[in-house]
Design a binder for this molecule. Sequence first.
Ligand code: CO8
Length: 257
Amino acid sequence: MREEWVKVWKEGAIGRIELNRPQVLNALNRQMVAEIVDALTAFDKDQDIGVIVLSGAGRAFAAGADIDEMAYDTPVTLEKLDQFSDWDRIRTIHKPILAAVHGFALGGGFELVLSCDIIFAAEGTMFGFPEVKLGVMPGAGGTVKLTKAMGRAKALEWLWTGEMFSAEDAKAVGLINHIVPSELLLEETLAFSQKLLKQAPLALRLIKDTVNKAVDYSVFDAMQAERKNFYLLFASEDQKEGMKAFIEKRRPNFKGK
Ligand code: CO8
């Protein structure tokens, strides 16, 4: 696996991916996105990994797509490159993806954050979609996800002005989960990962699947999907173990089976 622009390693059952192009604030070139998605896919298949944590080296999480790389693109080069198929693959990752975000999360960097499941931000992190200032707009789901999260009026304000917003603003509209002091960012994110590692992995997986469907489907269709996933979990050993442990008044020992 190529790791030119990311660092990838295991910390116990946590798969760590660090964006590593700090000289340009982790501006996402296409190879870097492919490396991130390859690492996510590899960890998703790795039986020893339960949670994946994404973070950025240097003074920012990611200041957007690499403007130098895309400045001379045409619709034809973009169509042929089909770079967003890599982004689509993020949606197929079953395991929890946590983001530890600091400095800036702009444009494609913000879209990468919004592709994660639980988001921790360091105090002072700035979020935004400055694409409008470059004469373009978000292309990896930013417009859609922002509108679903905060409603039409607020989304248009963020997208039309291209201004940066604070972590507090992002948290107030439910785009991120927690704001923590800078020096505790990774500690807090990893501590939350440990909480998830204690849960039944199949339950985590099917909850993520159902929540994703709840975002995309009608309420009725999402509830049908929820029901099927609820039934499916009763085929797992972990369901037997979880309920038996409750009755025996002890902690469950989940195995992901
Ligand atoms: N692309 C390329 N280089 C970048 C980018 C970027 N997005 N962001 C920063 N850099 C480079 C700078 O050019 C600079 O390089 P150098 O030292 O060689 O001059 C270096 O990083 C440090 O940046 P600054 O000196 O500008 O640092 P400041 O602290 O003064 O400013 C800012 C930080 C405010 C974040 C500023 O760098 C900035 O405005 N960056 C651009 C932000 C932006 O417009 N992002 C949106 C890009 S478009 C986009 O994301 C479209 C998404 C499409 C789908 C996703 C596909 C991956």
